[in-house]
Design a protein around this ligand. Structure first.
Ligand code: SF4
Ligand code: SF4
Length: 389
């Protein structure tokens, strides 16, 4: 790698560049500008290296829903690398279903075909030891993510029920193949433990560059069923934590209420503090969105051993809107518990939505995340709202 690094004066650089829409030329120009602000593509990849692009493909959804990284952002990054003679592949492991179908539906497969980059195979997993881990000393990760010379993360600016926001740090969780992701939820139901594991995954994979597609973000019931919200920005940084912190500030979310921030900073993944981050490019004040719909309170403490009344009165729970539910059963399929804590109704009652067993539910919100019809919301009990208005 080569090229001058920006003068950070001991600060972490985050590039913020305006981009009004997904017109391919405008996206490419904005992305090039952002990369140049950070010192140029040569800082992040060299000719003949093998670089993995890691978009956010939570599930198979058309680009217009803004669940997934937009193909125009993906394509622009691919082009930048290819013209430098870099070997590029791309991959992710969706929360439900296969990546190939999800890549086709999201438009990424078409974009990849147009510029000539191949799909990586994330089905082959490797168990790796990580002695410096905060919590996950053994990690199971996609072989292709580990074998690449470097990773460039292409996250999407979205809300997230469990982690409050999903961005550069959480994006690397998609390098944990398939159902293994559910196992982490079962082993680490506490938000602080799960966040520490996310930090471990990101530290182990060390993405060289993190890009966030915030041209149209997702607010509200994210990460799969929220509402598109134009934010008109791309964010880029070598520091995934700083990038997520800038996203937080744009939407007036206290960064420390995002559970990955504290373990991320303490373990050396990056920095979240405002006075340690230099925002390069356009003025963040132009893109501030105080009305962005995101839960700004920190996650409510939860432990499986809590008495039921605590879970019932304090811990937010997933609730199905019967008017939207299509009885597809995805919520039950993705529930990581066995037996499931949300089960389809008895055959005699086939038109009813699935039923929750809230006594067993660990509040991982995987069902809310993956419901393809936006029928599940996270409801905060009254007491929880009194504690954190
Ligand atoms: S995933 Fe959503 S639509 Fe499908 S059964 Fe569950 S609640 Fe209903
Ligand atoms: S019912 Fe939903 S929130 Fe509860 S454990 Fe299952 S997937 Fe997680």
């Amino acid at each position: 790698m080569n090229g001058p690094a920006p003068d950070r004066a001991a600060k972490t650089a985050v590039a913020l560049v305006a981009c009004p829409d997904y017109d391919e030329d405008r996206v490419e120009a904005a992305l090039r500008r952002g990369v140049d602000l950070l010192g140029g593509i040569g800082r992040f990849a060299s000719a003949a290296e093998h670089i993995l692009l890691k978009p956010n493909v939570l599930t198979g959804a058309v680009a217009e829903k803004h669940v997934t990284t937009h193909p125009a952002v993906f394509k622009a990054m691919g082009r930048l690398l290819l013209e430098k003679g870099v070997h590029v592949r791309y991959g992710d492991s969706p929360g439900f279903g296969g990546f190939t179908a999800a890549a086709v539906k999201s438009g990424l497969a078409k974009a990849a075909g147009e510029i000539g980059i191949e799909m990586a195979d994330f089905s082959s997993a490797v168990q790796v030891s990580f002695s410096e881990a905060l919590i996950a000393k053994q990690l199971v990760l996609a072989r292709e993510a580990l074998d690449a010379d470097g990773i460039i993360g292409l996250s999407k600016m979205k809300t997230h029920g469990f982690m409050r926001v999903t961005g550069a740090v959480k994006n690397q969780f998609g390098c944990v193949p398939g159902l293994r992701k559910g196992e982490y939820h079962v082993k680490m139901p506490r938000s602080e433990h799960f966040a520490a594991m996310l930090v471990d995954v990101c530290r182990r994979l060390k993405p060289r560059l993190n890009v966030m597609d915030g041209i149209v973000a997702m607010e509200g019931n994210g990460p799969g069923s929220g509402t598109p919200r134009p934010m008109n920005v791309l964010l880029l940084s070598a520091d995934p934590l700083a990038l997520d912190a800038v996203f937080c500030r744009l939407v007036h979310m206290p960064p420390l209420n995002v559970p990955t921030m504290k373990p991320g900073a303490e373990s050396g993944l990056g920095t979240w503090a405002e006075d340690t981050i230099a925002v390069l490019g356009d003025d963040p004040a132009r893109f501030a969105c105080p009305g962005f719909k995101v839960v700004r309170q920190p996650p409510v403490p939860f432990d499986r051993s809590f008495p039921y009344y605590l879970k019932k009165w304090i811990t937010p729970r997933p609730v199905i809107d019967p008017g939207r539910c299509q009885q597809c059963g995805v919520c039950s399929e993705v529930c990581p518990l066995e037996p499931k804590a949300v089960a389809t109704a008895a055959p005699a009652d086939q038109n009813s939505p699935p039923v929750y067993d809230y006594r067993r539910c660990i509040r991982c919100y995987c069902c809310q995340e993956m419901c393809p019809h936006g029928a599940i919301a996270i409801r905060r009990p009254v007491l929880s709202r009194l504690i954190h208005p």
